[in-house]
Design a protein around this ligand. Structure first.
Ligand SMILES: Nc1nc2c(ncn2[C@@H]2O[C@H](COP(=O)(O)OP(=O)(O)OP(=O)(O)O)[C@@H](O)[C@H]2O)c(=O)[nH]1
Ligand SMILES: [Mg+2]
Length: 691
């Protein structure tokens, strides 16, 4: 447990820590000379149960409140020090407000210098303290009169601290590792050492860590936790880490930096938060008001953006956005304190709840609902609420990172909520089970409707389909969903087209009738020199554009190929000509043949023969060198002969978009979403396993 002091200047904080631990934490020359604390002091007290209490002694001077704040960030328990001869003073109240804003709810009041006053006066000051505490989390904290001169009350105080430490136990260490740096120095023979309190998770020697926000990479060479050498430290421990790394020096790391798990490194400079304005403030918060923001051991300039129409008045609490002058390494749920720009008073404080705030659309209803969800402290409830709201999906990697959640914690939450995970290139997003079903249903319904309206199109464009659906997923995620559904046989992907698996392009009845008349013109003896679009139009007495349009359609279906402009050959004729060229090539020395030889085989005149060969060249079927060509045996199959060679029209008739492989939502049988654990390697989820 980390015990921190708090209280007005000269009230006896450092003296108390000294009698409790035997350590004089006023080490600096200036501190000795002036008789006041300037920097944070650290000391340790072994408890009878074998645990060690860490002490953070803070300065009481009004000019060092920022230093007090840097120390207060790591406290589990506060000893509020009030001198009996002086009573409640300005920094008594300010420090009390700060520990309250930081959510510290365990503490004791040490009524110091009890030797200087008569007992009735002690009682009087105690009631004054009771009034100051009444509106805070420490309302029921005991008040113990003590004196470092007579030793009165010291044993009782020490016993109470041990009891508190025992009942406090340890902070949960299941999140990812974060340590708020309060000191950085060089130790001869050791190198760069940083100290601070572990805010979450655990650290082990050999771990790779990042110093945030600077992004410097380091390795943990050795660890002291609670003043003892060890291989690992965990949440709530005060630690000294010996860090090694290319750019790691004592100057490169500063108070306020956070050493963390590399996964968590994502500094934030625009943060959604809840803010409580202290009742002691004279004026409401104004829009874009400048402040000093204190978070863990960091301090940075910031502006307040009000999100709601009413003002934030003293004593009230509201959602705001904090726009920071420089990014910090924060986590959602962290507490912060705001002071005025001239650093003279504490204004208020609260909790962060979203670290990736957009600069625009701050006040839309959807965004405000999202903020409500983000404001929920419990990760599971927050994720459930986020999944329920707009935009209908959650970036799971970001959610876990910004709450410093460990792999197991996140896996548990994902499983409990039945979240469907979709991994794409850089994202892992999650959808609620109901949203997932709805999405797939509407996706299939959209395809069905599209096919019904456009039987002559192979499918709908991927992007067009994406824009039709709710939730509108990011493009790479949507592709991943489609690929998963394609693997499951629920949809078919064909380049940029999406279709239902059984869908075949079907001609309108008019086109079908036209094709029945056209097809014979392309087949038979004339198949190597079929009529061109204009000729066909003339022969059949139909408008030329109709012929061209139908040809293009048939080409998309793979029934014909446009060998030269407006000159279409049946696919099977093309396949036959490839074989002819192949045979020619095989019969020749070096496999090379001339255009004339080919023309003799297909007997269609020099011009057309050359157009065909050039078509082959373009598709890599033939390789040309001067007047000679050879066959590229790897491309022989490019224009494969189909089984229904004789009657192309027959292949179009009688093929319905078959319902095979389509999900049966009504029965629900075997349609459980398949869900991997929380890891970035799992496959995109499927609509359902067969069966
Ligand atoms: N008589 C008496 N004097 C005390 C007691 N505790 C502290 N003092 C004296 O009060 C003065 C201030 O004590 P510190 O412990 O330095 O006070 P502090 O709260 O740490 O002061 P800052 O860190 O500067 O805020 C010193 O001269 C102490 O000797 C006490 O119980 N009785
Ligand atoms: Mg002191």
């Amino acid at each position: 447990m980390i015990v921190g002091t708090a209280g007005h200047i000269d009230h006896g904080k450092t003296s108390l820590v000294r009698v409790l631990t035997g350590v004089d934490t006023d080490r600096l020359k200036e501190e000795k000379e002036r008789g006041i604390s300037i920097d944070l002091g650290f000391a340790y007290l072994p408890a009878p149960d074998g645990s060690v209490l860490g002490f953070v002694d803070v300065p009481g001077h009004e000019r060092f409140v920022h230093t007090m704040l840097a120390g207060a960030g790591g406290m589990d328990f506060v000893v509020l020090v009030v001198a009996a001869d002086d009573g409640v003073m300005p920094q008594t109240l300010e420090h009390l407000a700060i520990v309250d804003l930081l959510g510290i709810e365990r503490g004791i009041v040490a009524l110091t210098k009890a030797d200087l006053v008569a007992p009735p006066w002690c009682t009087h000051v105690a009631s004054e303290i009771g009034r100051a505490l009444s509106s805070t989390r420490l309302a029921s904290a005991p008040v113990i009169p003590v004196s470092v001169v007579t030793g009165d009350g010291i044993e009782e105080l020490r016993r109470d601290l041990f009891d508190a430490s025992r009942s406090f136990g340890r902070r949960a260490a299941d999140g990812r590792f974060r340590l708020a740096v309060d000191r950085s120095f060089t130790l001869t023979g050791t190198g760069t050492v940083v100290t601070g309190t572990i805010l979450s998770g655990r650290v082990t020697t050999g771990d790779r860590v990042i110093v945030s926000p600077s992004g410097l990479v380091a390795r943990v060479r050795s660890i002291h936790a609670q003043n003892r050498p060890t291989d690992s430290g965990q949440a709530g421990d005060r630690c000294a880490l010996n860090l090694a790394g290319d750019a790691i020096t004592k100057e490169a790391i500063r108070r306020g930096d956070v050493v963390l798990d590399p996964e968590l490194h994502a500094p934030a400079d625009r943060i959604d938060a809840s803010l409580r304005l202290l009742p002691s403030e004279a004026k409401p918060v104004s829009q874009w008001m400048p402040v000093r923001l204190h978070h863990a051991a960091a301090e940075v300039g910031a502006r307040i953006v009000l999100l709601e129409d009413e003002a934030l008045i003293p004593g009230a609490e509201k959602r705001v956005q904090l726009v920071l002058e420089a990014p910090i390494a924060a986590a959602a749920g962290d507490r912060f304190v705001l002071r005025d720009v001239s650093a003279q008073r504490t204004i208020g404080g609260g909790r962060f709840f979203y670290l990736r705030t957009p600069a625009r659309k701050r006040r839309t209803p959807a965004r405000l609902a999202q903020l409500d969800a983000l404001g929920l402290a419990e990760p599971e409830r927050a994720l459930a609420a986020l999944l329920d709201g707009a935009p209908g999906y959650v970036d799971l990697a970001e959610f876990a990172r910004d709450r410093a959640l460990g792999h197991d914690q996140m896996a548990y939450i994902v499983e409990t909520l039945g979240v469907i995970r979709v991994s794409a290139k850089y994202d892992v997003i999650g959808l609620g089970p109901a949203t997932w079903l709805r999405l797939q249903r509407s996706l299939l319904a959209s395809l069905e409707a599209f096919h019904a309206e456009n039987p002559d199109l192979p499918g709908i464009g991927l992007e067009r389909l994406r824009l039709q659906l709710e939730p509108r997923l990011p493009a790479p995620v949507f592709l991943s969903v489609l690929q998963g559904m394609a693997r499951a046989g629920d949809v078919a992907l064909d380049g940029a087209w999406v279709k239902l698996p059984g869908h075949e392009v079907r001609l309108t009845p008019q086109y079908e009738r036209l094709w029945m008349r056209m097809a014979p013109l392309l087949a038979g003896a004339e198949r190597f020199r079929p009529p061109r679009v204009r000729d066909i139009a003339g022969l059949l007495d139909v408008p030329e554009p109709d012929v061209r349009c139908l040809m293009k359609l048939m080409a998309r279906m793979g029934k014909v190929d446009e060998v030269a402009h407006d000159h279409f050959f049946l696919r099977n004729t093309v396949a036959e000509m490839v074989q002819i060229a192949g045979r020619l090539s095989a019969a020749r020395a070096k496999g090379e043949f001339t255009a004339a030889l080919f023309r003799d085989q297909v007997n269609n005149g020099r011009k057309v023969a050359i157009q065909i060969l050039e078509f082959f060249d373009r598709h890599g079927v033939t390789l040309r060198r001067g007047d000679l060509r050879r066959i590229n045996k790897y491309r022989l199959d490019l224009f494969r002969m189909s089984a229904d060679a004789a009657t192309p029209a027959a292949s179009i008739q009688g093929r319905e978009a078959s319902p095979v492989g389509r999900p049966d939502f009504k029965s629900g049988r075997g349609r459980e979403p398949v869900l991997g654990g929380f890891d970035s390697h799992s496959l995109p989820p499927r609509l359902g396993s067969a069966g």
